[in-house]
Design a protein around this ligand. Structure first.
Ligand code: ADP
Ligand code: MG
Length: 389
């Protein structure tokens, strides 16, 4: 379904377009109308299916324009990262609605900054249960005009032991309210919350699996004909991935590329179906131990390989099958870690890439191949990132 079929204000449509979204995901198509009607809702849908927009867009729409009602929407998330992320996304959805003021509150950060943001008229608060309780206790967060409360990743919040906090928070919010719950799974404790705190909720279950993982930064690089190997080398030097996987479509390409990288001193090795089992096992264990850090493989040879800590996936060749794109990039960004997926495209392959984007419902952003200066800048940024960890 297209976003413009969802009866959304023009400001939202523009913002969503800026974000590169064209079609709404299934959970979005189903949940947005229900939320806009003000009904209670339970939404079950896997990670990566776009739940943030499913509640974030209606949240932005529901805020009273020019109102001074204080906090109208409260969104609870299990972790600080998720709270920050959801808040940033809501900022984007409301880019053309200056009256919408989202604010993130989470532990491990200074109170005063959050307090002054709340005082400046925040009307959507996204926070972790602990810190939200803290602000309620200090009366820096007032919920008497709250109209909607959203429990995002409700199952995860319960797993993390937030049940009591959530119940306390629910007891502080007006009874006349909309209660929305999103969860990837629906175990009995979730059903119990639903029963106790929701009023005749609409249940929406989406069975489709996640298309792509949101912890993966996806980029593509347009490369002149015949320069893919050079581009790959530059990217490896610039980003210094600890472990990377490079996908090629043929065994021959795997061999040629491996040779080209090894001859330039990269710790690379190839993996494909013509190799003997013993040498495949050897390559894999070298990769797992890190003595080889660039693994070049065909889709078939790499099937089922699950190595922890792969931080970068390269599509040296575009995958032949759109579904492969998801499998390939899924080797990185696992277990809550971030990862990168870089795709090299030559000439008309850009159209195939657009097709992959549509199929995977994802946004792959264009990035220029780094120049030598860029390589230096990327390294500085990386050092700063490490220093800040
Ligand atoms: P979930 O909460 O279900 O795990 P997110 O809301 O974090 O999923 O969304 C996952 C990724 O998909 C994010 O990068 C988001 O920007 C992107 N996304 C969400 N909705 C759409 C859409 N309709 N079209 C394209 N990308 C989308
Ligand atoms: Mg989410």
């Amino acid at each position: 379904m297209l976003f413009n079929e969802l009866n959304l204000p023009e400001e939202i449509l523009r913002a969503v377009e800026d974000m590169g979204f064209s079609e709404a995901t299934e959970i979005q198509s189903k949940a947005i109308p229900v939320m806009l009607e003000g009904k209670d809702l339970v939404g079950k849908s896997n990670t990566g299916t776009g739940k943030t927009a499913a509640f974030g867009i209606p949240a932005a729409v529901s805020v009273t324009r020019g109102g001074k009602n204080g906090v109208e929407v409260l969104i609870l998330c299990p972790t600080r990262e998720l709270a920050m992320q959801a808040c940033k996304e809501i900022e984007k959805f409301s880019a053309y609605m200056p009256w919408v003021k989202p604010c993130a509150v989470y532990g491990g950060a200074a109170m005063d900054k959050q307090i002054s943001e709340l005082r400046r008229g925040a009307n959507i608060v996204v926070g972790t249960p602990g810190r939200v309780m803290d602000h309620i206790g200090r009366k820096t967060l007032k919920l008497e005009n709250l109209r909607t409360i959203v429990l995002d990743e409700a199952d995860e919040m319960l797993n993390m032991g937030f049940r009591e906090d959530i119940e306390t928070i629910l007891s502080f919010v007006p009874e006349e309210r909309q209660t929305v719950l999103f969860s990837a799974t629906m175990p009995p404790p979730i059903m119990a919350i639903t029963k106790e705190y929701q009023n005749d909720p609409v249940v929406i279950k989406v069975e489709s699996k996640a298309r792509t993982v949101d912890t993966i930064e996806q980029k593509y690089f347009e490369v002149p004909m015949g320069r893919k190997t050079d581009a790959l080398k530059l990217l490896l030097i610039a980003y210094e991935p600890k472990l990377s996987m490079v996908f090629c479509n043929t065994k021959k390409m795997v061999d040629e590329l491996t040779e080209a990288l090894v001859s330039k001193g990269f710790k690379a090795a190839g993996l494909h179906g013509d190799m003997k089992q013993a040498s495949r096992t050897q390559v894999l264990s070298a990769f797992k131990s890190g003595s080889i850090n660039v693994l070049i493989a065909t889709d078939v040879a790499a099937r089922g390989i699950d190595v922890e800590g792969v931080d970068c996936v390269f599509n040296y060749d575009l995958p032949q099958d759109n579904e492969y794109y998801i499998h390939r990039i899924g080797r990185t960004g696992r277990a809550g870690r971030t990862g990168r997926a870089f795709t090299l495209v030559v000439g008309k392959e850009i159209y195939k890439l657009k097709d992959i984007q549509r199929y995977c419902k994802t946004k792959i952003r264009r990035q220029p191949i780094p120049s030598v200066n860029d390589v230096a800048a990327i390294k500085v940024e990386k050092l700063l990132e490490q220093a800040g960890e």
